[in-house]
Ligand binder design. Structure first.
Ligand SMILES: Cc1ncc(COP(=O)(O)O)c(C=O)c1O
Length: 420
């Protein structure tokens, strides 16, 4: 007799879902209310919000809101209907692509209605079964899922480890020589959890030794890094060595949508082969017009990025001066590592939110090793130095309480319920 398909779901809820009754609504699926800003409301209380990727503060910028509203008024939220290929193409989609291409110094770009699906099908379209993928083991889920679609060989290299990449490129080269295929290397521009930049320069330098094409997911770098804000490739002076550059509108652009950039020949191919775009609705006009406005602001208002970095530097140097471990971040992403159990982490975050009005994301095992708590702060140009100061003070207090075992005592009942 075959099993009921759902039997496993009733039995095993998975590593995160099993804590839902303790965590849902507070630690996961929290409801942040009010306008997107440096201060929002959580469960009726004002909190300094450090968990939103609105790096340049565009989400609620009055000029952006105006363009978004006008576009919604003019086009509604449907137009254009259908996939780009069939009936969803417009001159403004083309204009946005041209402007994005110029901004990231590539010949051509193609819009993606969501970054996640877009990058998955970019990987899918670029490789055939004879090709080999070599990618960073800490790559974002969308890259991993893209690699899952690949029918051929794939190798991971240790996170940001060039020696490991080299070894795997040697293996990949042997493999590709046998199959007659090529090699695709994938890294992120900025690793969003820990904030390290991908070692794009060193990876690109390996092109002197190996034959591969290089795809970079620069979700967190676009708008925040580089002289003009064109991202991690610009920052490291290797934009030309990135063969396929990806960024989403979900972070610095404070919107929805994404794009892929490359030589015209490659984009012309992708345009006809990205299944996630060929068989899905085109990006609606409100988002296209909104993206044109946001891109214009990225280009013409460098003060937004300067202000962002003032906050990033104040926050990161303030935390470091107080002896906090920020790992090896090289971007706006600000991880704070503390030692403690999951129940302690829960009590600590509750204290931060309830008593100090500081709201940040919390990451625990299995995403990071057992016994570590990662508090992840995302500074934006909306934050003020007062927000930073209040947060630094709060962090000093919670660390002291953690070290004194206060959260262990407070979380004893949670720990018992969790069997920790
Ligand atoms: C590194 C990275 N790549 C891709 C994505 C997916 O982009 P989107 O939200 O546009 O689907 C994200 C999250 O937004 C991300 O952090």
């Amino acid at each position: 007799m075959i099993k009921d398909l759902f039997a496993k779901i009733y039995k095993d809820k998975g590593p995160l879902r099993k804590w839902a009754s303790l965590a849902e609504g507070y630690f996961v699926f929290p409801k942040l209310e009010g306008q997107i800003s440096n201060r929002m409301k959580f469960q009726g209380k004002d909190v300094i919000t450090w968990s939103i990727n609105d790096y340049l503060g565009l989400a609620n910028h009055p000029e952006v809101r105006k363009v978004d509203a006008e576009a919604a008024n003019e086009y509604g939220s449907a137009y254009p209907m259908g996939a780009r290929m069939m009936s969803g193409h417009t001159s403004l989609h083309e204009q946005l692509q041209n402007e994005l291409a110029e901004f990231v110094s590539k010949e051509s770009t193609y819009l993606l209605n969501f970054g996640y699906q877009g990058i998955m099908s970019t990987i899918d379209a670029l490789v055939g079964k004879d090709d080999v993928i070599v990618y960073d083991v800490d790559a974002h889920a969308c890259i991993i899922d893209g690699v899952r679609l690949h029918m051929g060989k794939r190798f991971t290299y240790k996170h940001n480890d060039i020696e490991s990449l080299e070894k795997n490129l040697e293996r990949a080269t042997k493999m590709a020589e046998q199959t007659g295929g090529g090699i695709l290397v994938i890294s992120e521009g900025v690793f969003g959890m820990r904030g390290e930049q991908g070692r794009l320069k060193e990876i690109a330098a390996l092109k002197n030794k190996f034959n591969f094409r290089f795809l970079v997911d620069d979700a967190h770098g676009f708008g925040t890094l580089g002289k003009t804000g064109a991202g991690a490739g610009e920052e490291q002076g290797v934009q030309d060595d990135i063969d396929v550059y990806f960024a989403t509108f979900a972070k610095s652009m404070a919107s929805t949508g994404a794009f892929i950039a490359a030589d015209k020949e490659i984009i012309d191919f992708l345009k006809y082969n990205l299944r996630s775009q060929m068989f899905a609705k085109s990006l609606q006009m409100q988002l296209v017009k909104g993206a044109l406005k946001r891109l214009d602001m990225l280009r013409t208002m460098p003060e937004l990025k300067d202000k962002l970095w003032t906050i990033v530097n104040a926050l990161q140097s303030g935390l470091r001066e107080r002896g906090f471990d920020l790992g090896s971040t090289q971007s706006c992403v600000t991880p704070v590592y503390l030692k403690g159990s999951i129940p302690e982490a829960m009590a600590l975050v509750k204290d931060l939110r309830e008593n100090y009005g500081v709201f940040c994301s919390i990451v625990v095992y299995p995403v990071i090793p057992k016994g570590l708590i990662l508090l992840r702060l995302i500074p934006t140009s909306m934050h003020t130095l007062i927000d930073v100061e209040e947060t630094l003070q709060a962090f000093s207090v919670i660390r002291e309480r953690l070290e004194k075992g206060v959260y262990k005592r407070l979380s004893a009942s949670i720990a018992a319920a969790m069997g920790e």
